[in-house]
Design a protein around this ligand. Structure first.
Ligand code: FPP
Length: 242
């Protein structure tokens, strides 16, 4: 662990994969009479602090719900502001290659602006060999869409005679998901007081522990994450056993 990290005590058991639903940016801005997009700017700062903290404490995989398939319904200027934050972040992440974080985008990239899609694909390629931590960013992502997309890929294989129906197991099927090669979510964190999963990683959260907090995402700093980690460490995970 890096020397500057030991700001908080840590529990002995840490999750392999933490999922974050970054909720509450709009309310954070509203409380301050600021435009919603400034809430996202602040949310992006928190995102970077959390990524760094997770990397420093040795979490293997983290994922963030950054833009859902439903978020296109938001006003254009808000959507544009969020897309610009993605552009900026990808450029910044390049400057931090030394931190050895692999970056992968989950979701349908085909409808994104060409420049964003190209930046995403390039950074995925350029970070593919990093294995200190994997950062999954769900953009134009929906859990049901992910399952339907995988079902189509599997059906195609069966139609072409490359796979038998009998060979479709949970393990095999999950390898066709956007997040197919990464571990299931162990701990799902949703700040801002909402008690829902909102179509996030619905397959991968089958046995996830949920942690809800009233803190709005921009205020969900490493200290809050640490509370979630201690809460997680107390839980007994039985995966359907006794
Ligand atoms: C939900 O809060 C948040 C989003 C739909 C966008 C999340 C995006 C960011 C934090 C920017 C991420 C940037 C990078 C670089 C990954 P909300 O707007 O629904 O909040 P509200 O429920 O209070 O209105």
């Amino acid at each position: 662990m890096a020397k500057d990290v030991k700001k908080f005590d840590l529990p002995e058991v840490l999750p392999d994969h933490i999922g974050f639903i970054m909720d509450g940016n709009g309310r954070w801005a509203k409380k301050r009479f600021l435009p919603r997009k400034l809430g996202h700017v602040e949310g992006a700062k928190t995102f970077k602090k959390i990524v760094r903290y997770c990397r420093d404490i040795g979490i293997k995989c983290i994922s963030f719900y950054a833009f859902s398939t439903e978020n296109w319904k938001r006003p254009n200027d808000e959507v544009d502001a969020i897309m610009n934050l993605f552009r900026q972040y990808i450029d910044e992440a390049r400057e931090h290659f030394l931190e050895e974080t692999r970056i992968v985008f989950l979701g349908d990239k085909s409808v994104l602006a060409d420049d964003i899609r190209e930046k995403m694909i390039a950074i995925e390629e350029d970070t593919r060999h990093f294995d200190k931590m994997t950062l999954l960013l769900a953009v134009n992502y929906g859990g049901r869409d992910e399952i339907v997309h995988a079902a189509k890929l599997v059906s195609e294989k069966v139609r072409n005679g490359e796979m038998n129906i009998e060979d479709i197991t949970e393990e095999k099927f999950s390898s066709y998901l956007y997040a197919g090669e990464f571990p299931d979510v162990d701990l799902l964190i949703r700040p801002s007081g909402e008690l829902r999963i909102s179509n996030y990683m619905i397959w991968q959260c089958a046995y996830a522990e949920f942690y809800f907090s009233d803190v709005l995402w921009p205020d969900f700093l490493p200290e809050e994450l640490n509370k979630a980690l201690f809460d997680y460490a107390k839980r007994s995970r039985r995966f359907g056993g006794v």
